[in-house]
Design a protein around this ligand. Structure first.
Ligand SMILES: Nc1nc2c(ncn2[C@@H]2O[C@H](COP(=O)(O)OP(=O)(O)OP(=O)(O)O)[C@@H](O)[C@H]2O)c(=O)[nH]1
Ligand SMILES: [Mg+2]
Length: 318
């Protein structure tokens, strides 16, 4: 069998690239692939934390974009015979083996959301994915508002994230990003209408992906991009994805939430109860102290409290 890589999927029709020749083929998945016996430690099971051990040994698996696969030719057709183990596996967007995620937010239209940013960062940490923050439509925001936003974002830069500001329509802020794509699978993620496809069009002139009409650019949940596809760029791939209107945590214990905050880790050494502290109402909490002393932007801690409650209530529903 030959080795390949899945570049595009439309239902059971896959575009694969041969590992050696780099030639493209159309392939379909074999029926038997739909159920594969797995070791309970397999990377396929990473998100199935709520399932029992028995369920874990037989898991339904379909090949998806980003998969490395083994394929064979039979009577003029190409069939995917086996999916090789995944490094990671996202459901939304439905892509495997991702190296980094560009979290796309518009400065305005739709309005920038710190709740969404913090939520995304938590999910990235939980999935062991490297996030890069990109803020689009900087040409549409008033100067004062932009200055305030940049000041807030300086906190995220300070705690270790890369932040880029772009005007994709006029290709401003685009070229400085070129170096981050080499040899990587990069996913563009963000709400519908934030400008993911427009950004990709700015990176790859001539691609001419469909984007929303100006009059529809208010983020009312109308999806322009409808399927997931990889585009070759800088010896790597960029994945455009349909936007979403809602994202959910895969966290089942609210006490775990703090582990996904890069800026809480070192600070919590100063908590009276060290790593037992969940930074809610414990006395001598260094995180709460930092919030009260404005050492962190207030939305950061306030969103944490909100998420903590959200997960707790979600748990009570089970
Ligand atoms: N002025 C300005 N407009 C932008 C910029 N980026 C995107 N837009 C506009 O915002 C609208 C939405 O852009 P899209 O690229 O379609 O957004 P998307 O994130 O791909 O949306 P979905 O595919 O639905 O998820 C379009 O009308 C774009 O022209 C920007 O930097 N500046
Ligand atoms: Mg799009």
């Amino acid at each position: 069998m030959k080795k390949g890589f899945i570049k595009k999927q439309i239902s059971n029709q896959y575009t694969i690239i041969d590992h050696e020749t780099k030639k493209e083929f159309i392939a379909s998945a074999r029926g038997k692939l739909r159920y594969v016996k797995l070791e309970s430690e397999s990377s396929f099971n990473r998100q199935k934390t709520m399932k029992t051990k028995i369920e874990k040994t037989i898991t339904q698996i379909s090949p998806k974009v980003g998969d490395n696969i083994l394929y064979a030719d039979l009577e003029g057709h190409t069939y995917i015979e086996e999916v090789l183990p995944r490094k990671n596996d996202l459901e939304r967007p439905d892509v495997a083996n991702i190296d980094q995620v560009l979290l796309i937010f518009s400065a305005i239209k739709p309005e920038f959301s710190f709740v969404l940013l913090d939520k995304f960062l938590i999910i990235m940490h939980q999935q062991n994915l490297t996030p890069v923050i990109v803020i689009t439509k900087i040409d549409l925001i008033e100067k004062e508002k932009f200055d305030w936003l940049k000041k807030q974002m300086d906190y995220y830069i300070k705690i270790g994230y890369d932040v880029y500001y772009v005007n994709s329509k006029e290709r401003i802020g685009i070229d400085v990003m070129n170096d981050i794509f080499k040899d990587k699978i990069t996913v563009l993620a963000g709400q519908t209408g934030v400008g993911k496809s427009t950004l990709l069009n700015a990176f790859i002139p001539g691609l001419e992906l469909k984007t929303q009409e100006i009059s529809d650019a208010l983020g009312r949940g109308k999806h322009t991009t409808r399927h997931t596809e990889l585009y070759e760029y800088k010896e790597g791939y960029i994945v455009d994805t349909p936007g979403f209107s809602k994202i959910e945590f895969q966290i089942f214990d609210e006490r775990e939430l703090k582990d996904y905050y890069a800026d809480f880790k070192d600070r919590s050494l100063g908590c009276k109860f060290k790593n037992k502290c969940v930074h809610i109402s414990e006395p001598g909490c260094a995180i709460k102290g930092a919030y009260e002393n404005h050492e962190m932007i207030s939305s950061r801690y306030e969103n944490y409290l909100q998420f903590f409650d959200e997960i707790k209530h979600q748990k009570e529903k089970y």
